[in-house]
Design a protein around this ligand. Structure first.
Ligand code: ZN
Ligand code: ZN
Length: 142
């Protein structure tokens, strides 16, 4: 097929489809919390050593939360993956025999093993807090 075969409306249709597809892949879901969103994005796209997805979440859902990066920095997270290295990890009720306690990983300084992500417990509109699936690592004792 050449461009001559395309009807004049097609580029616009493709553009809209691409945008819808991108939003489906890369936008926070309704009620999804910051931490679940970043975990889901890192799973697909990895960390670029910035708070890329945390900032995107804020821009799309809570643009007034300009202090978000500062709050994450204070939790030890200067990039998206450090949110999980230093800030939050799945609450202990999600740990199981098949997902070895993250303590072992913490002892070696490695990234905790991936655990199948539970469905986000949900937060209110405009919130940048973690949902109840997550616990602050300093409160887990490691
Ligand atoms: Zn990182
Ligand atoms: Zn969540």
């Amino acid at each position: 097929m050449t461009n001559l075969d395309l009807d004049p409306g097609t580029p616009d249709t493709w553009d809209r489809m691409l945008r819808a597809f991108t939003a489906e892949l890369m936008d926070p879901r309704s009620g999804e919390c910051l931490i679940c969103y970043v975990a889901r994005m890192l799973d697909s796209f990895g960390c670029d050593t910035h708070l890329r997805f945390a900032s995107r979440f804020r821009d799309l859902t809570a643009p007034a939360a300009v202090a978000l990066e500062g709050r994450l920095h204070r939790a030890g997270a200067c990039c998206d993956c450090e949110i999980f290295l230093n800030g939050w990890w799945l609450d202990q009720r999600f740990w199981s025999a098949t997902s070895p306690p993250a303590r072992a990983a913490a002892d070696t300084g490695a990234t905790p093993p991936p655990v199948p992500l539970p469905r986000c417990a949900g937060v209110g509109r405009g919130s940048t807090q973690a949902c109840s699936n997550w616990a602050r690592r300093d409160r887990l004792g490691w």
